[in-house]
Ligand binder design. Structure first.
Ligand code: NDP
Length: 353
């Protein structure tokens, strides 16, 4: 797709890359996003936001940006005077995404935020409003929308190649172990930081996959049940596992599962005239295996984060709609809120997406 460099650079600099600032230099930023930025066609790392200035200096040396572009979380306003930073990418614990996204938008930067977009619909609304007010784009780091096997699955669903998918099942989980020292607990089991348990983290992929199978429709109602807690010290604040259903206006039903105590990653979608399966791993960083009732489907292998970052750059530069807009992140939080309400009450709950 031809790029129209209408935001970032002048006609005399048609190949210049766009600067991005990573907000939060943890595992995903270090091991996936920074290397992907380096490999991407459209981006370079132009700055960082971190609570650890010494780490920021190491990053500045490694990635070649000036030390003045190391910011703290309370200091993001300085970015307004850094025209080289075109976008921010929020990669902190979930409950901190909203503040960082809003600060980035107020500084006039396009915003990419990791999943889940935030920990409540109200926070999503605040981020969406801030980005609209600042006239900047907002996207969620839903890398699978840019992955070719998943894109083919979306096409099968959208074009109803086998008819509408009516019976769907999806699971996504990992085992975080059981550290003996609470100091080693991941923020993912801290409700204040994570907003919830595996549903907020791995479960978002399940919700995403089911909505892909329904051509991005939201479910009308959900039911849900928390799983047994077998590691009570670790899971004192959030669920260890949860099963739920998502029920759609056309009668389709999805049965879903996520947890922090087992390893699984798969999706099965059945229609009247065939089926499609994304499997082990359907949602991790590796190549997903797509099989349909007509046989295996081969698509190009990509590094998910490179495909996502370059795809998002092109969406911004061409002004085209995003495959993973903020409204989609908000929809998923509306579904998550309904699932928690259903699990807490034992009732079938309507989704207000
Ligand atoms: P990490 O714990 O590895 O890193 C989070 C970073 O956030 C920290 O290193 C720290 O960076 C910063 N931070 C700011 N405030 C806090 C705080 N109070 N407690 C802890 N860290 C803080 O998490 P991940 O990198 O695994 O996850 C970050 C986000 O990315 C999450 O939202 C997660 O859901 C998402 N993610 C998405 C994936 C995907 O496939 N799309 C995969 C993995 C994660 P610093 O020291 O620089 O301030």
């Amino acid at each position: 797709m031809a790029l129209m460099p209408r935001f970032a650079f002048g006609a005399d600099e048609p190949t210049k890359k766009l600067g991005i600032a990573l907000v939060g230099l943890g595992s995903y930023a270090t091991n996936q996003l920074a290397p992907a930025i380096k490999k991407s066609k459209h981006w370079y790392l132009a700055g960082v936001v971190t609570g650890d200035p010494e780490k920021g200096k190491k990053w500045a040396r490694k990635y070649g940006f000036p030390e003045k572009n190391i910011m703290g979380y309370d200091d993001m306003g300085r970015m307004a005077d850094m025209p080289e930073i075109f976008a921010i990418y929020a990669v902190t614990p979930n409950s901190i995404h909203a503040a960082n996204c809003i600060a980035g938008a107020k500084a006039g930067k396009h915003v990419i935020t990791e999943k889940p977009m935030a920990i409540s619909v109200a926070e999503c609304d605040a981020i969406i409003s801030a980005c609209k007010a600042a006239n900047v784009r907002l996207m969620v780091g839903y890398r699978l929308h840019y992955e070719p096997h998943t894109q083919e699955f979306c096409r099968l669903a959208r074009e109803q190649v086998f008819g509408p998918f009516m019976k769907i099942s999806a699971s996504n989980a990992f085992d975080m172990g059981d550290p003996s020292d609470p100091a080693d607990y991941n923020w993912r089991v801290n409700k204040k930081l994570a907003g919830g348990g595996p549903l907020m983290d791995m479960g978002v992929y399940v919700i995403q996959a089911v909505c892909m199978a329904k051509a991005e429709a939201a479910p009308v109602t959900v039911t849900a049940k928390f799983g047994e807690i077998t590691r009570p010290r670790l899971f004192a604040q959030v669920e260890q596992s949860i099963t739920w259903t998502m029920e759609f206006a056309d009668g389709a039903v999805a049965t879903c599962f996520t947890s922090y105590d087992t390893q699984v990653s798969k999706l099965m979608a059945e229609a009247t005239h065939g089926w499609a399966r994304l499997e082990e791993p359907a949602f991790y960083y590796d190549e997903p295996f797509l099989t349909t009732s007509q046989g295996p489907v081969d698509r190009p292998k990509v590094i998910h984060q490179v495909a996502q970052l370059d795809g998002m750059a092109e969406e911004i530069l061409t002004g085209s709609p995003s495959l993973a807009p903020g409204e989609m992140g908000r929809r998923d939080l509306a579904i998550i809120e309904a699932i928690y309400a259903a699990a807490n009450t034992g009732q079938r709950v309507s989704v207000k997406a």
